[in-house]
Each structure stands twice: as C-alpha cells, then as structure tokens.
Design a protein around this ligand. Structure first.
Ligand code: HEM
Length: 85
C-alpha cells in the first residue's frame, strides 16, 4: 500500500518460504538461495532475483506485479541478498 514501508522478510515468508525455507530449495535442492548456488546460476543482483520471480525456471511459481509489486519484489530481493550468504 502507498506510503507503507515494505518488510522484505515478511514478504519472503509469505511468498517464497514455502519452497525456500531458510534459503534452501525443497523442489530443486541444487538451486538454493545461497550466494554460491545463485552465482553459479548467474543470479548476482537484485535485478536478477526480480527477473527470476517474474519469469522463473521449472518448478517455481511465477509472481506477476499484481501478486508482488515491483517495490515488494525489490524488498524481497534485498532481503535474499543480505540474508542468504
Ligand atoms: C529458483 C527466488 C518462490 C521453487 C529460484 C532462484 C531464486 C528464487 C533466486 C534461483 C536460485 C539458484 O539458481 O540458485 C524465489 C523468490 C520467491 C520464490 C524470491 C518468492 C517471491 C518459489 C516458490 C517455489 C520455488 C513458491 C515452489 C513452488 C523454485 C525452484 C527453483 C527456484 C524449483 C529452480 C528453478 C530452475 O530450475 O531454474 N527461486 N523463489 N520458488 N525456485 Fe524460487
């Protein structure tokens, strides 16, 4: 909502944690959110993480802008980058 601060952790728990609990990946264990796995798969920046949300690979839910706004997506990406090393 307008003028409200977005909590990246809360958004992550709501939309992502069902598959990526603790930064893991219960569907494809080779593609966790750890820096090592992400970077091996070319996902390095917040922009890359947002692109994955909008157009994911096999087995991951796609998140359109109605479900996760650009601002929420950015907050989630920043949370992922700072949390999963
Ligand atoms: C892959 C983020 C929700 C399942 C990934 C990757 C990222 C990511 C960054 C790439 C990881 C890597 O290559 O090491 C997110 C975010 C989510 C979300 C931010 C919430 C907005 C979900 C959900 C599911 C899921 C809900 C399960 C229904 C997967 C799977 C892959 C993946 C299976 C591997 C896809 C492939 O083979 O390319 N996710 N994810 N993700 N995620 Fe998610």
């Amino acid at each position: 909502k307008k003028g409200q601060k977005i909590d990246g952790k809360k958004e992550f728990e709501e939309h992502c944690a069902v598959c990526h609990k603790g930064g893991g990946n219960i569907v494809n264990p080779a593609k966790t959110l750890s820096k090592k796995d992400r970077e091996a798969n070319g996902i390095k920046t917040a922009k890359d993480i947002i692109a994955t949300m909008r157009k994911p690979g096999p087995g991951m839910t796609a998140f359109d802008k109605k479900t996760v706004s650009d601002k929420e997506a950015r907050a989630i990406a920043d949370y992922v980058l700072k949390t999963f090393k």
